[in-house]
Design a protein around this ligand. Structure first.
Ligand SMILES: Cc1ncc(C[n+]2csc(CCOP(=O)(O)OP(=O)(O)O)c2C)c(N)n1
Ligand SMILES: [Mg+2]
Length: 572
């Protein structure tokens, strides 16, 4: 027996999809039959389908696929149950879309017949209840591509087409549906020709534009690069470093979602998140090269000089998914960052650079960098109370520089970027979106993608609750993906208070004792992970408890268990 479902699974494997994160239902009868058949008739050699990861919750499933794809660069797939399972993907859909992460989501649809016209026809009451008019409409606003597999004969082609779109810049999630009878159709096995769906090649600048950028930067009095996600391609980091050295150009990382520039490089001018202050590096720049960024600054609070000359290079410069978006850029280009920077570096070879000016600028930038580092080092000193800065620095020392750090630290995002000290490209990840609850599932995906790596997820306490820790830690034990999770427990949601004070600094809320944001008394967070997945659970409340706690946590991970450290920080 070989069905549309078998063809879909074969196509996923052909395309290099390693894992299928599933939450199963009545629409998946043919998928389950295909897996059972393949396992029963398994011979030596490669299994013909992706490996299944059973996920008791869909948001965790998609977050895990997201985490894998972010680390590996290879799209993964998720299988969910009709429209209900699609809705249960919840905010993970937003995160994959906003984070530009390639993932294929497949959902069945209720059977289209009720008299047994085809195998798979309605035979359970729920098939009437789950039949809706526009299932794809549930997620269309977030998908790069959505389609219905209407016939088994070319199902593999539709899978490859969807993955082609997902995996070409700007990357993102894609969604396929098929009725149960279609998934059950007998089809002839037909290996598809992958070369029919090549991923798009990288976009480059026109040669004269690369020269224009190089000329503009050479002529600048104070050039600055601002970036958020350039380092998704590690090759871009080396090119940017080279360009900065040659020009005496600083780098400001605005809401970074990856390692864009080594934190310890003297030209690193720090990070900008939601701080309510003008960034000095941004203010003094006369020429700004924005590279791969959605929010290079927040103009109400922090902006470039009015006459600054702004150039913008991005894999997604149009931000077609953002209803309101503009920079005051004089010029903007769609190009791959590594390619464009390589071109600009090459164009620079043909130009005269004022070496004395470069030396003078580099020295000034290095002085600011040193001052920032000294300030960070002061914040990392242990005091009476346990602080996020001290805790993060201790984690940094314990996990080493090759560990993969995932951050969903919310009001401590800046603390993690500043104190986790990521220097190596490809060692820092965030969801790229704003729907909380990504980090637990993502840590599973990251560990599946890099079984050799130590994975460490930083999470707010509220965000830990959003992440469905019972499901996360059950999966982690079942599939042997141990990771370290560090909870910034400030006993509630601090972000909404900051948001309210940002608009009403002197209002009633600024004086109110209760803003309905506290989790007092909080649950036993690490105990949840222990109960669900046998995780090593540890609560720390003072600076002196941190180092021993990390040592036993890392020991547990070496033994194959997750470790959750619930760190009690000052209240909200
Ligand atoms: C799914 C989802 N629901 C609600 C929010 C709104 N929100 C933004 S930050 C935040 C609080 C997060 O709390 P926590 O993880 O404890 O971080 P803290 O603010 O305390 O640093 C909330 C509820 C969101 N971003 N995503
Ligand atoms: Mg909190």
């Amino acid at each position: 027996m070989y069905t549309t479902s078998s063809a879909i699974l074969s196509a996923l494997r052909e395309a290099g999809v390693q894992y299928l994160f599933v939450n199963l239902g009545s629409d998946h009868s043919a998928f389950m039959e295909a897996y059972a058949l393949a396992r029963a008739s398994r011979q030596d050699g490669e299994f013909p389908y992706p490996q299944v990861i059973t996920c008791p919750n869909e948001m965790v499933a998609l977050s895990a696929a997201h985490g894998h794809a972010a680390v590996s660069g290879q799209a993964q797939a998720v299988l969910v149950h009709v429209e209900c399972g699609t809705q249960a993907l919840a905010g993970a859909v937003h995160n994959a879309a906003k984070g530009r992460v390639p993932v294929l989501i497949i959902a069945g649809m209720s059977p289209a017949t009720q008299e047994g016209e085809a195998r798979g026809s309605r035979n359970e009451f729920i098939h009437w209840i789950q039949d809706v008019f526009d299932q794809r409409g549930l997620v269309r606003g977030y998908m790069r591509y959505d389609n219905e597999i209407r016939i088994g004969a070319n199902a593999g082609q539709i899978v490859h087409r969807a993955l082609q779109v997902a995996s070409s810049d700007p990357k993102g999630p894609v969604y396929l549906v098929a009725a149960r009878e279609v998934l059950e159709q007998d089809v002839a096995p037909r290996p598809e020709e992958l070369r029919l769906w090549p991923r798009l090649g990288t976009g480059a600048l026109a040669p004269e534009d690369a020269l224009e950028v190089a000329r503009t930067l050479v002529a600048a009095r104070q050039p600055l690069a601002v970036t958020t996600y350039l380092g998704r391609n590690p090759a871009a980091v080396a090119e940017l470093t080279r360009l900065c050295r040659r020009l005496g150009m600083g780098v400001l990382e605005s809401v970074p979602s990856t390692v864009n520039f080594p934190a310890d490089d003297p030209l690193h001018q720090g990070y900008q998140w939601n701080e309510k202050r003008q960034n000095p590096a941004l203010a003094e720049a006369d020429t700004i090269l924005v590279l791969d960024s959605d929010v290079p600054w927040i103009p109400l609070i922090n902006r470039p000089a009015a006459d600054a000359h702004i150039l913008h290079i991005d894999v997604d410069p149009l931000k077609a998914q953002m209803p309101l978006w503009y920079l005051r850029a004089a010029r903007a280009w769609r190009a791959d960052g590594a390619t464009a920077l390589r071109q600009i570096n090459a164009a620079l070879d043909t130009l005269q650079v004022d070496a004395a000016a470069v030396r003078e600028r580099s020295a000034r930038l290095a002085a600011r960098h040193e001052a920032q580092r000294a300030q960070l080092a002061r914040l990392e000193q242990p005091g009476e109370v346990l602080t996020a800065e001290f805790l993060t620095a201790q984690v940094r020392e314990a996990i080493g520089e090759d560990a993969l750090v995932l951050s969903e630290a919310v009001t401590n995002f800046h603390v993690v970027t500043q104190h986790a000290g990521r220097r190596k490209p490809g060692t820092y990840f965030v969801s790229g979106g704003g729907s909380l609850g990504w980090n637990g599932g993502a840590a599973i995906g990251a560990k599946l993608a890099r079984p050799d790596a130590l994975v460490c997820a930083f999470t707010g306490d509220g965000t830990y609750m959003f992440s469905i820790p019972s499901t996360v830690h059950w999966i982690a034990r079942r599939y042997g993906t141990p990771f370290l999770q560090v909870i910034f427990n400030n006993q509630g949601w601090r972000a909404p208070r900051f948001s309210t004070l940002g608009v009403h600094p002197e209002g009633f809320a600024s004086r109110a004792a209760d803003l309905d944001i506290s989790f007092d008394p909080p649950p036993d967070y690490s105990g949840i992970a222990a109960a669900a997945g046998g995780a090593h659970a540890q609560i720390v409340r003072t600076p002196s408890q941190v180092r021993p706690a990390l040592q036993s946590a890392l020991q547990a991970i070496r033994e194959g268990r997750c470790a959750v450290i619930d760190a009690w920080l000052p209240r909200l």
